[in-house]
Design a protein around this ligand. Structure first.
Ligand SMILES: Cc1cc2nc3c(=O)[nH]c(=O)nc-3n(C[C@H](O)[C@H](O)[C@H](O)COP(=O)(O)OP(=O)(O)OC[C@H]3O[C@@H](n4cnc5c(N)ncnc54)[C@H](O)[C@@H]3O)c2cc1C
Length: 468
């Protein structure tokens, strides 16, 4: 027995290990990866759909707000409680047993709390993988709630493109079971879409049906040094024109971003004597064995052709050593944080506008904030750029909060209204960017979310983010 009757009720319902209350046990659920920190009333860890439903019913009776939490790798502060100490964190980490592969159907039915790495380990036994690929290890339910994109979206799409069915517990404990395994099913409203990218506000994802992809048999990777953004786009078009079906990643890293990597990752060595404005990581992959079609030879040939066409635009080309090139890409974010203060953005614009947009940001900084460096990188193949700004506080001479308050709204405004872009390309919506959701979302969309919210979560328990 504790002093909290709700905690006692959870303990009776969920059994040993089902509820965590001590500050030490709660700590890892209360702090987000990058943003978000608060205090939870308790952490509940149901291990079945029925238990999730019972938890939500209990919370509804007591009008207690709930934060669904996956692996807590989200980057918009939506998976952690606020400071009130009143919210319950509903962790899915014990709902992680089911992984049912249908080899001939090329689908998998998977519990919401299964980690991406666990899923891929299980799928690899049958030579499959779930190709939404990123530098973190999220849970499947969290990936649905945030519609994860990742580095191979160009080839395989995001979670939405690979989701066939869902089981969801609505805010009042009703269970919506739509475990569709069909690729073709045009029979009216497909409700799964309500739960994709809506940050858990309409219900808790307890199971998903995903389409899976055969594991590639070969990969070829190159690093292409380009002297400007226009050359990067020319390269993308040239690769898509002849190797589009096998192009699986097109990641762009600026010289400033790479400089931070080589300054803070002693195990990685500089690939070029002088870092180019942009180094492009190109990856081809295929299920064809190298004996029937060599991707490396095809990539070499296409790049040789491109170098001739591009003239001075391409400074160097390195083919091979894919692991090392990917290491560079995956270490950028943490390396930039070691440099100084950082303002991170997850922006997309129509990809043909990436050089113009980036150029305008550079001019803006040069004019008004010369000590702030643009360290951009990202998924240019999808129009995505992590347009991160980094500075030394002493050089700028202002508190970081002031720099953020001045620059964040300007850059978002430029992206959204200047270039028809998005203020959150792939990380979703949360307290971190709520004010920009409020500012930029069509009022009719908010009205619709209100109506859907009234139906799915009438008690408004699932409310870390306000979509209405
Ligand atoms: C190093 C790093 C690299 C990353 N790279 C990328 C990238 O390339 N592309 C990209 O898109 N993202 C990226 N992310 C962001 C993050 O990994 C994704 O948003 C991820 O899908 C979140 O899943 P999660 O299980 O960690 O969810 P959490 O962080 O736990 O939760 C995220 C949101 O989903 C809700 N939620 C969680 N589980 C459920 C559920 N079962 N039902 C309903 N709602 C739920 C939470 O309430 C919260 O609103 C990266 C993060 C890190 C730390």
């Amino acid at each position: 027995m504790t002093a909290d009757p709700l905690v006692d009720a959870f303990a009776r319902l969920l059994g040993p290990g089902g509820v965590l209350t001590s500050p030490e046990d709660r700590a890892r659920f209360e702090k987000g990866w990058r943003y978000g920190a608060g205090t939870a009333r308790c952490i509940v860890r149901p291990s079945s759909t029925a238990e999730v439903a019972a938890v939500l019913r209990l919370c509804g009776e007591q009008r207690v707000r709930v934060v669904p939490q996956g692996a807590n790798t989200g980057l918009v502060a939506a998976s952690t409680p606020d400071a009130s100490g009143a919210m319950v964190v509903l962790s899915l980490e014990r709902l992680n047993r089911r992984i049912e592969v249908d080899v001939h159907g090329r689908t998998v039915v998977v519990d919401g709390g299964v980690l991406l790495s666990q899923l891929n380990e299980a799928l690899a036994k049958d030579w499959f993988w779930f190709p939404v690929d990123l530098g973190a290890d999220p849970q499947i339910g969290g990936m649905v709630a945030t519609n994860t994109g990742g580095t191979r979206l160009l080839r395989y799409g995001d979670v939405r493109h690979n989701l066939l069915g869902l089981e969801v517990v609505l805010g009042d404990g009703r269970v919506l079971t739509q475990l569709n395994r069909l690729r073709k099913n045009n029979t009216g409203l497909d409700p799964k879409h309500l739960f994709v990218g809506t940050t858990g506000v309409f219900g808790v994802v307890t199971r998903a049906v995903l389409q899976i992809a055969p594991l590639p048999q070969q990969r070829a990777v190159a690093l292409v040094a380009c002297q400007d953004g226009d050359t990067v786009l020319e390269l993308l078009t040239a690769l898509e024109g002849q190797l589009g079906e096998v192009l699986s990643a097109f990641e762009v890293m600026s010289a400033n971003a790479l400089e931070a990597v080589f300054a803070h990752q002693p195990n990685l060595r500089k690939p070029f004597a002088v870092l180019p404005r942009y180094a492009v990581l190109v990856e081809l992959s295929s299920t064809l064995p190298a004996s029937s079609f060599s991707l490396e030879a095809a990539l070499q040939a296409r790049l040789e052709w491109f170098v001739e066409q591009a003239g001075d635009g391409v400074l160097d080309v390195l083919v091979g050593n894919g692991d090392e090139f990917w290491q560079m890409r995956h270490h950028i974010s943490e390396s930039l944080r070691s440099v100084g203060k950082m303002l991170a953005f997850d922006i997309s614009v129509p990809r043909s506008m990436l050089p113009a947009f980036t150029g305008e940001v550079e001019r803006l900084l040069a004019a008004d904030w010369p000590a702030v460096r643009l360290c951009d990188y990202g998924h240019w193949g999808d129009g995505g750029t992590h347009l991160n700004l980094v500075w030394a506080e002493a050089a700028v001479g202002k508190p970081a909060a002031e720099v953020v308050a001045a620059l964040q709204p300007r850059i978002y405004e430029l992206a959204v209204h200047g270039y028809g872009g998005s203020y959150s390309a792939e990380h979703g919506v949360g307290p971190h960017n709520q004010r920009y959701y409020d500012l930029y979302t069509d009022p009719v969309v908010k009205q619709l979310c209100g109506l859907l919210g009234d139906f799915c979560d009438p008690g408004q328990l699932l409310a870390t983010v306000r979509l209405r």
